[in-house]
Design a protein around this ligand. Structure first.
Ligand code: GTP
Ligand code: MG
Length: 228
């Protein structure tokens, strides 16, 4: 899209003080405001903790979230055997401040099966810290394929079954939020729902940073980015 087609496209007048400066023919002042605003935006750091058992699909998810393929340069190494053994910061290519693992804004707990005791223990600790956490059930593409080969129940039914089954009730997390995901097909399943949820639950300045780094998996995200 070019700006002709979209009246909403980047509107610097919305930055505080810019409209007033322009009204007074103070273009230098307007430019200064815009510059300060942009600098402030890129200095907001957003730290996302991604945890889960070996092989759960953490590194693949990080790569997908950063909009890169596992085999691309700079990708987190992924593999069928235990691959990542250190806490590793993966800054988003567009934002040097997006380091992953020292100070967390929220936690994603990833599992390719049911969430296990360790996942739940962690969730309880996070809850005590009054931080947000989200369960991500990974590799849903595999489940869909497997289910299709053995029964003719609908895809929706399979998804509902997995969702219900994911966090066993007796483990003691009240109303856990579970997002079903395939890192190979981010646009499917619950990724957009996760994006919306994160956006809603983050403070405003962090929300913009999140939006800035998120992959463009749906038109809604693209139009929101344009408004930043
Ligand atoms: N089908 C499918 N396979 C996936 C998906 N995500 C990851 N995988 C595969 O699962 C395996 C493990 O993925 P990784 O991303 O390396 O897992 P990890 O959690 O980082 O593993 P460690 O670093 O060992 O803790 C790899 O072979 C991936 O290709 C997915 O969404 N769908
Ligand atoms: Mg890994």
């Amino acid at each position: 899209l070019n700006s002709m087609e979209d009246p909403d496209d980047s509107c610097p007048e919305q930055i505080p003080g810019v409209k007033e400066a322009l009204k007074n023919n103070d273009t230098a002042g307007a430019a200064k405001r815009i510059k300060e605003y942009l600098e402030k935006q890129t200095n907001v750091s957003l730290n996302i903790a991604i945890t889960g058992e070996s092989g759960a699909g953490k590194s693949t998810f990080i790569n997908a979230f950063r909009g890169i393929k596992n085999r691309d340069e700079g990708a987190a190494p992924t593999g069928v055997t235990e691959t990542t053994s250190e806490v590793t910061p993966y800054p988003h290519p567009d934002n040097p401040n997006l380091v992953g693992f020292d100070k967390y804004d929220f936690f994603l707990i990833i599992s390719d099966t049911r969430f296990r005791e360790n996942d739940v223990k962690l969730a309880q600790k996070i809850q005590k810290m009054k931080k947000n956490f989200y369960f991500v059930r990974s590799k849903i593409d595999n489940d869909i394929r497997a289910e299709e080969s053995v029964s003719d129940s609908s895809k929706e039914k399979t998804l509902t079954k997995i969702r219900d089954d994911c966090v066993q009730r007796e483990l003691g997390i009240e109303s856990p939020r579970v997002f079903l995901m395939s890192s190979f097909q981010l646009h499917k399943y619950d990724f957009s729902l996760l994006q919306e949820t994160l956006e809603r639950e983050l403070p405003k300045d962090k929300r913009d940073t999140l939006l800035y780094v998120m992959p463009n998996v749906n038109p809604d995200v693209i139009s929101k980015k344009k408004r930043l």
